[in-house]
Ligand binder design. Structure first.
Ligand SMILES: C[S@@+](CC[C@H](N)C(=O)[O-])C[C@H]1O[C@@H](n2cnc3c(N)ncnc32)[C@H](O)[C@@H]1O
Length: 273
């Protein structure tokens, strides 16, 4: 199964948009959308932590790679002094991102392109900051992807990663997980491998935080909430990821508990080669 199929063949977009319109006639807030559009472990709280880092960096032009249906992008664009571009390989996600942004108050028109992160359609030095939030985990050839980032990022630009990395016990890995139906779609590397690849691609690692404990607690809380409001009208990642989300959530908990995966936040900046 292609990665875009994994992500987009479960969603009835027309029904979902209708539901959002009926439920939130004045437009959904970013918090109301969060169960649906923050498709990463840690939800909107994790995105807020990234925003805090960006407040210090003050980038003028940001590229979000693997922007999904736009949870983080909509948060980023509330800062009018920052230009934000998103790319995602799943075309239906980009369409849904635009459609949801039109429902919010005020309506926004996100700048999103459908393309592969390993071949970015931008000239050299186009951005001050690049963000990956649970998207590098799907991309084979992390090296190729980092080379492309280096090329399109200004020489001193920042690279922020909020990613799932391989833990010490990869053999315990259970599928499906939200980012992959099976092993062929999951491309996790260890923290040590990531650190080496960053260095080889002239990125200076400034901060590395293991968010796994927090991620586990967050997923356990979400599971309780999902159990207590099991209704087809409820907004949850199942609306996007389909019925197997009922296995994905528990598998994330099992994988974090077993050390098959870890959740990290890494901040880097470019250095001269
Ligand atoms: C787990 S989702 C995360 C989406 C979003 N970042 C979020 O946190 O809500 C991973 C996203 O990466 C995108 N993706 C996977 N492989 C990609 C590639 N090679 N190039 C660009 N986007 C990709 C998928 O289509 C999907 O939208």
């Amino acid at each position: 199964m292609d990665i875009d199929q994994h992500y987009s063949h479960h969603t009835d977009e027309t029904f979902l948009l209708q539901q959002l319109r009926e439920r939130y006639p004045d437009g959904p807030s970013l918090y109301q959308l969060a169960p649906l559009d923050q498709l990463h472990i840690g939800g909107i709280k994790a995105s807020e932590k990234l925003l805090l880092q960006l407040e210090q960096l003050k980038p003028a032009r940001i590229l979000e790679i693997g922007s999904g249906i736009g949870g983080l992008m909509r948060m980023l664009t509330t800062n009018k002094s920052t230009e934000v571009v998103g790319i995602d390989i799943t075309h239906r996600f980009n369409r849904l991102n635009r459609a949801i942004s039109q429902l919010t108050a005020p309506a926004t028109s996100p700048d999103v392109l459908t393309c592969d992160a390993r071949q970015l359609p931008f000239v050299d030095n186009s951005f001050d900051c690049i963000i990956f939030q649970h998207s590098l985990l799907n991309i084979p050839h992390t090296d190729l992807c980092l080379q492309e980032c280096r090329r399109v990022l200004n020489s001193q630009g920042s690279l922020l990663l909020h990613e799932v990395l391989q833990g010490p016990n990869p053999d315990s890995m259970r599928y499906p997980v939200p980012w992959a139906s099976g092993a062929t779609q999951s491309h996790l590397i260890t923290f040590e491998a990531m650190r080496d690849l960053l260095q080889q691609n002239n990125f200076q690692l400034e901060r590395a935080e293991n968010w796994s404990d927090e991620a586990l607690q967050w997923r356990q809380r979400q599971a309780k909430k999902e159990d207590s409001v099991k209704s087809t009208s409820n907004l949850s990642p199942a609306k996007i990821l389909g019925k197997t989300f009922s296995q994905m959530g528990p598998n994330v908990i099992a994988n974090l508990n077993a050390g098959a995966v870890e959740v990290w936040q890494l901040s880097c900046h470019g250095q001269k080669g």
